[in-house]
Structures are given as structure tokens and as C-alpha cells.
Write a protein of this length. Structure first.
Ligand code: RUB
Length: 289
């Protein structure tokens, strides 16, 4: 038998490459960002590295909550293993409650790519429900394409819309579902730019509107400091790489939706209105307060 060559892994560069992939949105969506940050914490857990990981994407309390949980363990590998158990458990609970709002023959609209929304829709399809989904392409990074492909793979009929066609989907749909990056004490839900616009339209057409999310997207820091959640403003070059002194390209990646505008937050706590959701968070996740 030939010698097995031991590969030299440069852990520093692995840490840096995870950070780069989070920053450049190669790793996309709050859940995937949190999972990747936990992997990076196993490589480097000194104060400075922890600070870097917490700030890679500003609008990500799930990442901060998970890092805090894992870092409280003496053995970081065990901490990350235990923190990671949260994800499949929350998925199961979110799907259990979320299935109650999805009916046979529904038309559903979603925006961007939320793994929570995709998992719920896949679970609904696997449970035998037939429905169609309208997906916005989500300029400038086209996360809607990932959503469309994931749903199509699950055997779901998808209508893919450029963002400016959103009204067509919103008029036709029964429900608008979106994910979350952050939820704050004053009931603001941060999600991909465009979400608030679509919520306002969906309301105008009397559609049901739900945010599908793990409860750990709630930012406990806002309980102490009030709503100070920062919104990610990204490089304008992602939109248009133009050099012209009279043109400034804006690239606001997220916006806030007032939770009072929607029918409920679907999380591991059930389907709840914002005040109930926050009170349940305070009761269940005391260790994060
Ligand atoms: C992704 C986005 C998602 C939330 C929730 O934005 O806004 O809706 O992150 O995702 P980006 P999930 O592509 O800029 O990261 O449900 O997977 O946690």
C-alpha cells in the first residue's frame, strides 16, 4: 500500500477564506452565514477573530447569538457541535407550524433566497401539497435564481420574475413569505431590500404575509440598547461598475419591515405576533440576554 500523504492545511488561510466568502456573499443568507462563522470559530477563537466574525455582515444577529453560545464552552468543537444542533431542530419546528398556512393549490410569492422559506416550501411539497411559487430575481446578486432552482428541484412549479414584475406575482398570490436577517425590540424585521415594498403591496391586495425565521434572528442587544441594528450597505460596483464623478450608485442590501404590518412570524415558537414572539424569546433564550 502506498504512503498516505498528509495534506498541509493552512488554518489561517481557511479562516480567511471563510471570512472572504461571507463578506462577498458567496456564502449567502443568514443561516448559512451563521453556520460558516461557527466553522471559522473552530479554527480561530481569540478575541480579535471573534470580533471579525461578528462584524463580517452587520445585519446578522443569528451569527452573533450562535458565536456567543458556542464560545461559552471550554472545548470549542463541542460548543460548535451543540450550537449546530439548533438548526435542524428549528427547521423541524418551523416546518411543523408553517405547514399550517400552506394549502393545496395556493399561489405563494417569495423574495430573494431564504433557506427557511425554501425548506418550508419543500416540506409542504413533500407532504403532498401542490402549489405554485412566484420568485423575484433579486438584483443585483440574483439570489432569486438559487430559490427558483432549489424549488424546481423539489418538484415545485416556479414563476421567475424580474424585480419590477413583482406586482404581478403579488396580485396573483395567496401568501407572501419572506425570511429575516434581524428582528429588533421595536418590531423591525430586516430582510433583503425590496421586502418592505412587497409587504406594502401585498397588504394593499389583502394577501396573507408571514416572515419565516429561526427565533435566534432576534437581536437581544436591542433589548438593552434599543433598536440600533445596522443595515448592510454594499459596494455600488455590485450594481454597476461605472466611474463617473456625477453618478453615485446606491446599493442598500437590506431594509426594515414593521412586524405589525404582517400576519405573523413563523418560528420554532409557533406563529406569533411580534410582542408575543419577543416575550417568548426572553423566556426561552435567557442565556443570550
Ligand atoms: C439573504 C436574505 C435572506 C435572509 C434569510 O440576503 O435576505 O432572506 O438572510 O435567510 P443575502 P435564511 O443574500 O444578502 O445574504 O432564511 O437562509 O436564514
Amino acid at each position: 500500500m502506498g504512503k498516505v500523504k498528509k495534506r498541509n492545511v493552512n488554518f489561517n488561510s481557511k479562516f480567511e477564506s471563510i471570512c472572504r466568502d461571507i463578506k462577498t456573499v458567496k456564502i449567502q443568507g443568514a443561516t448559512n452565514v451563521a453556520k460558516a462563522a461557527l466553522e471559522a470559530l473552530k479554527i480561530r477563537r481569540d478575541k480579535q477573530s471573534l470580533k471579525i466574525l461578528k462584524n463580517l455582515r452587520p445585519t446578522e444577529p443569528l451569527t452573533r447569538n450562535m458565536l456567543k453560545f458556542a464560545n461559552a464552552f471550554e472545548d470549542i468543537n463541542q460548543g460548535v457541535r451543540e450550537a449546530t444542533l439548533y438548526f435542524p431542530w428549528a427547521d423541524y419546528m418551523i416546518n411543523y407550524y408553517g405547514l399550517k398556512v400552506i394549502k393545496n393549490n395556493d399561489k405563494i410569492m417569495t423574495h430573494c433566497h431564504s433557506s427557511n422559506v425554501v425548506k418550508l416550501l419543500t416540506a409542504a411539497r413533500n407532504s403532498g401539497r401542490k402549489f405554485e411559487v412566484y420568485v423575484t430575481e433579486t438584483r443585483p446578486l440574483f439570489q432569486g435564481r438559487k430559490t427558483a432552482l432549489d424549488l424546481a428541484k423539489a418538484g415545485i412549479k416556479v414563476y421567475y420574475l424580474t424585480d419590477l414584475q413583482a406586482r404581478i406575482g403579488l396580485k396573483k398570490c395567496d401568501i407572501f413569505l419572506f425570511g429575516a436577517d434581524a428582528i429588533t425590540v421595536d418590531g423591525s424585521i430586516a430582510n433583503k431590500i425590496g421586502t418592505e415594498l412587497f409587504v406594502d403591496l401585498a397588504k394593499q391586495y389583502n394577501k396573507k404575509i408571514y416572515c419565516v425565521t429561526q427565533a435566534l434572528k432576534f437581536d437581544p442587544e436591542t433589548l438593552k440598547e434599543g433598536h440600533k441594528e445596522k443595515l448592510d450597505i454594499r459596494d455600488g460596483k455590485e450594481v454597476w461598475d461605472i466611474k463617473n464623478k456625477n453618478i453615485e450608485v446606491l446599493n442598500n442590501a437590506f431594509e426594515f419591515v414593521k412586524a405589525e404590518k404582517i400576519d405573523g412570524i413563523i418560528s420554532e415558537f409557533g406563529i406569533k405576533k411580534i410582542n408575543d414572539f419577543i416575550n417568548t424569546f426572553k423566556k426561552h433564550y435567557k442565556f443570550l440576554l
